[in-house]
Design a protein around this ligand. Structure first.
Ligand SMILES: [Mg+2]
Length: 160
């Protein structure tokens, strides 16, 4: 069996969902009677469709999962993770503005997991460049987080 990471870290905006939580949607969010998640203008908010499957697969493989986001909309981002029922997957959440190296230093301290045992998925090249310097296997998410991107990422980690 391929060597797995101990910690998988995900960006939020344009990695797990198709918007910037501080720009394109308006908190507070709520769950509608029809089950959909909506913002305060009643706009329907969705994840990228395969995101729950991605997290469930990693969880089933015993990989610890974390979020690392630079958004300034900290409360809204946390609220969405809760409303989408994703909170159960995230052992750690580092959500605040700043360079993502800080987010990873804190993840390393909290988890005790070395950078070499981490994989990171993010849509922004600058974050990939920053976090790569720590020795984390970084996967640039080109369109959206899905099972194909997860599989390719885990292959890259196993070869690293
Ligand atoms: Mg992003």
């Amino acid at each position: 069996m391929a060597r797995l990471p101990q910690l998988a870290v995900f960006d939020l905006d344009y990695t797990l969902w198709p918007f910037w939580v501080d720009t394109h949607v308006e908190p507070p969010f709520h769950r509608n009677r029809d089950g959909s998640v909506r913002d305060c203008n009643n706009q329907i908010i969705t994840l990228y469709p395969e995101v729950p499957d991605v997290l469930e697969r990693l969880h089933g493989q015993g990989v610890t999962i974390a979020a690392a986001s630079r958004t300034g909309e900290i409360h809204g981002a946390n609220q969405l993770l809760q409303l989408f029922d994703l909170d159960k997957y995230f052992a750690y959440k580092e959500i605040y503005p700043g360079c993502k190296i800080t987010h990873f230093e804190r993840l390393q301290q909290k988890s005790g997991i070395p950078y070499s045992k981490m994989i990171f998925f993010d849509d922004e090249k600058r974050n990939i460049i920053d976090v790569s310097k720590l020795g984390v296997t970084c996967i640039h998410v080109q369109s959206e987080m899905n099972l194909h991107t997860l599989t390719k990422g885990l292959e890259q980690f196993a070869e690293s």
